[in-house]
Design a protein around this ligand. Structure first.
Ligand SMILES: [Zn+2]
Length: 399
C-alpha cells in the first residue's frame, strides 16, 4: 500500500485535503497518559509491544484496541504476526495516506493507518500491512522502492507484486475469520464489504473439512484476489508504470536490467507462508505464470511498450521481452466482470470532507468506542466496488 501520492492519485485528491485544511499528522506527546506503563488503556496484549509513533492519545487507545482484538481473538494467525512485526522493530503511525487506507514502509520500518477509516477496516489494514512485514522478512522485494534499479523482469515483477498483495489480503481475511470464529464479527464484515470476492472465496472453502488449517481456504482467498481487475490495474499503474516513469524522468532507466526471472513456485515460497513459515499454497504454483494471474490492461501494455522503447532509443537497451508473455484483458475500465464506476472530483471531495469532519468530531469527543461512521454517509458509494471509494484500500481493498 502506498504512503505517498502517485500517478494513480490525481492532484485533485490532494487539493481536497488542502481545502479541508487537514494536517498530515497528529501528535499529543504531552498527554498525561502518554506513559503507557501507567495507563491500562495502552497496555498491549503482546510479549513485545509495538511502538505507537507520534499519535494522539485517542488514536493510541484506538490502535491499542485493534492490537488487542487481534491478539485476543486471533491467537493462532494474528497474534504471532503482530509479535513478529514488533520484534522486527516496526512502529505504527496514524497518518493521512491519500489514495489508500494504510501502508508499510520497509525503509522506515513503519506501518501507517489512515485515521479516516473506521475501526474494523483498520484492523484488517493492520494485519494486511503486518503481512508485508513478514514478506519482507522472507525476502520479498519492496515494490514501493523507486530508487533501486529494477533487476527482475516485468512479468516476474507483476507476478511477485500481485502475489504480495494477494497474500496480504489472504492473511488479513484469515485473521478476520479467526476473530469472527471467536465471537467478534466486525473485521470480517468490514473485509467482506470491500473485498467481497476474497471473503466469499474463503467462506465458501470453509465448508470443506479442515479448510482453515490445511491451506485450502487461504489459497482460495489468495486466488480470488486476481478476479478484481480494477485492483490489478491500480497496481499495474503504481508498481510498474509509475516506477518506470520515474526512472525515465531521472534518466536511471539505463540501470534497469530486467534480467532476473522468478517462477510461480519461487513466488509462492516467499508470499504464501503461514506465520510458522509453512507454505500454505495448495494449488500448482505455476498457475501464477499465465492467464488472468499475469494479464494486463491494454493501457498498461501501451505504457510499458512506450517506456521500454524510450529506454531502447535513449540507452540502446533491448526492451524486456517478458512483456510479450503478458496476455491482454482489454481496456482497463471495461474489462472483467467488475466495471469501474470511478467517482468524479465532486464526489471525491464530498467523501474526503465527510470523513475528515467525522474524524475531527471524533477527536473532540474522545469517543473511540462508538465508531459508527457508515458508508451510507458517503456521497459516492457503490458497495462492492473497491475503486469507487478513494480511501478504499488499494492494498487491502482490497490494498
Ligand atoms: Zn498491500
Amino acid at each position: 500500500m502506498k504512503l505517498i501520492p502517485n500517478g494513480n492519485n490525481p492532484k485533485s485528491l490532494i487539493d481536497a485535503f488542502k481545502v479541508a485544511g487537514v494536517k498530515p499528522a497528529l501528535t499529543d506527546l504531552n498527554s498525561p497518559s502518554f506513559n503507557e506503563e501507567k495507563d491500562p488503556a495502552l497496555i498491549q496484549h503482546l510479549e513485545t509491544p509495538i511502538n505507537l509513533d507520534g499519535m494522539s492519545y485517542t488514536d493510541q487507545v484506538k490502535v491499542t484496541k485493534m492490537i488487542n482484538l487481534v491478539a485476543d481473538k486471533a491467537p493462532k494467525s494474528g497474534k504471532p504476526l503482530l509479535e513478529m512485526a514488533a520484534q522486527r522493530g516496526y512502529s505504527i503511525a496514524m497518518e493521512f495516506a491519500i489514495g489508500s487506507n494504510g501502508g508499510c514502509s520497509k525503509k522506515d520500518k513503519r506501518i501507517v493507518l489512515s485515521p479516516l477509516e473506521e475501526f474494523n477496516t483498520l484492523v484488517n489494514v493492520l494485519t494486511h500491512e503486518c503481512t508485508h512485514v513478514f514478506q519482507y522478512k522472507n525476502g520479498a522485494m519492496d515494490f514501493e522502492n523507486r530508487e533501486s534499479p529494477r533487476e527482475t523482469d516485468i512479468k516476474s515483477e507483476i507476478m511477485q507484486s500481485r502475489a504480495a498483495e494477494a497474500g496480504a489480503q489472504a492473511a488479513a481475511c484469515e485473521i478476520a475469520w479467526e476473530i469472527f470464529d471467536n465471537g467478534e464479527i466486525g473485521p470480517y464484515r468490514a473485509f467482506n464489504k470491500s473485498n467481497k470476492e476474497i471473503a466469499e472465496a474463503y467462506a465458501s472453502a470453509t465448508y470443506e473439512e479442515n479448510a482453515t488449517t490445511n491451506g485450502t481456504a487461504k489459497t482460495a482467498a489468495f486466488l480470488a484476489w486476481y478476479d478484481n481487475n480494477p485492483i490489478k490495474f491500480s497496481y499495474e499503474s503504481s508498481y510498474q508504470i509509475a516506477v518506470m516513469e520515474e526512472h525515465k524522468q531521472t534518466n536511471t532507466d539505463k540501470f534497469d536490467t530486467y534480467s532476473k526471472k522468478v517462477s510461480g513456485a519461487e513466488t509462492t515460497s516467499t508470499m504464501c507462508l503461514d506465520i510458522d513459515g509453512k507454505n500454505y499454497f495448495t494449488e500448482d504454483p505455476s498457475v501464477l505464470e499465465s492467464g488472468k494471474y499475469v494479464d494486463i490492461a491494454d493501457e498498461t501494455k501501451q505504457s510499458l511498450t512506450e517506456l521500454l522503447n524510450h529506454r531502447e532509443s535513449k540507452h540502446g537497451l533491448k526492451p524486456d521481452a517478458s512483456v510479450e508473455e503478458l496476455p491482454s484483458r482489454g481496456l482497463a475500465n471495461t474489462s472483467g466482470t467488475q466495471v469501474v464506476n470511478q467517482a468524479n472530483l465532486e464526489q471525491r471531495r464530498a467523501l474526503a470532507n465527510a470523513r475528515i469532519s467525522y474524524y475531527n468530531s471524533k477527536e473532540e469527543n474522545m469517543d473511540s468506542e462508538n465508531d459508527n461512521f457508515a458508508e451510507s454517509n458517503i456521497v459516492c458509494s457503490s458497495k462492492n466496488n473497491p475503486q469507487t471509494s478513494l480511501f478504499n484500500r488499494k492494498c487491502s481493498s482490497s490494498r
